[in-house]
Design a protein around this ligand. Structure first.
Ligand code: NDP
Ligand code: OXD
Length: 314
């Protein structure tokens, strides 16, 4: 019974060492070596080469090494076994730090003061909106969205959330589904996207959605923060809305193509903040420990935690 590590872009030997330490009795194999495909019961994957998990007759579970699982469903030869993903308090905390940081950067106009400092300009603008007068809308009220919404409320923002199914969260105005989207957008000054990438959400941050955001808010125009997935956004539409002035700024951690190509106009746009898909890096030992615990549970016949719904694909 072995664990197959299937990843691209990460140091597989570091992951092998972590899993060997946590599961000393379990052989840990990698795609880059010859291994017995019948012995593989578990896979831990991050962006495995499509098709590489086919032909594992005794595979029982695929573990995503991240919170998102869109890369798994992009593989049309993915074995039909249960998929479990990462839900980790450290990752959640890091994401909330990022969301609160960038909402505060917008509220307190920090980019403007950076420019003023560079230009040695003393302009102590007295128009400082209060957090309670700024309406933040969090798209996605899952593990990450709920925590971010709560921490934004602690900072005083007027927060609402939007999800696929109705969510009753104490103190949070919530909207759901396509029917709830227009009202949610119309009361949103800062739109925070923490949605998974699925067939339903792909490309949804487009011209139509951006045009629905509030234009009457205390910030003088709406802002977008996307830390979900780049496939959610249509970058040409974001740039067009920025040029038209219907979007005042965008903070993007994720992109249609990653790494963001050097020629992308997003890099140098004065109203865009770019971060390299690291708003919430998973702490490797925490992830390996979570997966090792799940494997032990599975071997003991206990139910797995954090299972992905194969129909919803998140
Ligand atoms: P969850 O699965 O816990 O939550 C997803 C939320 O999105 C749920 O509230 C769900 O609604 C909602 N949702 C899904 N589809 C739709 C839809 N069609 N319309 C409306 N709402 C929808 O995910 P997490 O919070 O753990 O993570 C969210 C995403 O964040 C990940 O999938 C990943 O892509 C991204 N991420 C990015 C990172 C980064 O570094 N940039 C790091 C980690 C994650 P409902 O509640 O009704 O199910
Ligand atoms: C994740 C990510 O999905 O880092 O965990 O994007």
């Amino acid at each position: 019974m072995s664990l197959l590590l299937a990843m691209t872009g990460w140091h597989v030997e570091d992951w092998r060492s972590r899993f060997k330490a946590l599961l000393p009795d379990m052989p840990v194999v990698t795609l880059g070596e010859a291994f017995d495909r019948r012995a593989v019961h578990y896979v831990a994957s991050w962006k495995h080469p499509p098709g590489s998990l086919a032909g594992l007759p005794n595979l029982a579970v695929i573990f995503s090494l991240g919170a998102g699982v869109d890369f798994l469903f992009a593989d049309d030869r993915l074995p039909e076994v249960p998929i479990a993903r990462v839900v980790d308090p450290d990752l959640t905390t890091r994401m909330s730090e990022y969301i609160v940081l960038h909402c505060l950067m917008i509220l307190r106009q920090q980019r403007r003061y950076d420019r003023q400092q560079r230009d040695r300009l003393w302009d102590d603008d007295r128009d400082q909106p209060a957090a309670r007068s700024v309406r933040v809308g969090v798209m996605g009220l899952g593990e990450l969205g709920r925590d971010a919404a709560h921490k934004l409320q602690v900072m005083g923002f007027d927060v609402a959330g939007w999800s696929r199914s109705p969510r009753a969260i104490a103190g949070l105005q919530s909207f759901a589904g396509e029917d709830g989207l227009p009202d949610f957008l119309a009361r949103t000054d800062i739109l925070v996207s923490l949605l998974p990438l699925t067939e339903d959400t792909r490309g949804m941050i487009d011209a139509t959605l951006l045009a629905g955001l509030a234009q009457d808010g205390r910030l003088g125009g709406p802002y977008l923060i996307n830390a979900g997935r780049g496939g959610l956004q249509v970058e040409a539409d974001i740039l067009a809305a920025l040029e038209a002035g219907t979007l005042k700024g965008a903070t993007l951690d994720v992109f249609e193509t990653e790494p963001l190509p050097a020629e992308s106009p997003l890099w140098s746009h004065p109203a865009v903040t770019v971060t390299p898909h690291n708003s919430a890096m998973s702490e490797p030992l925490a992830v390996a420990t979570l997966i090792a615990t799940q494997i032990r549970r599975h071997q003991a016949g206990e139910p797995l935690a954090h299972l992905v719904d194969p129909a919803r694909r998140y």
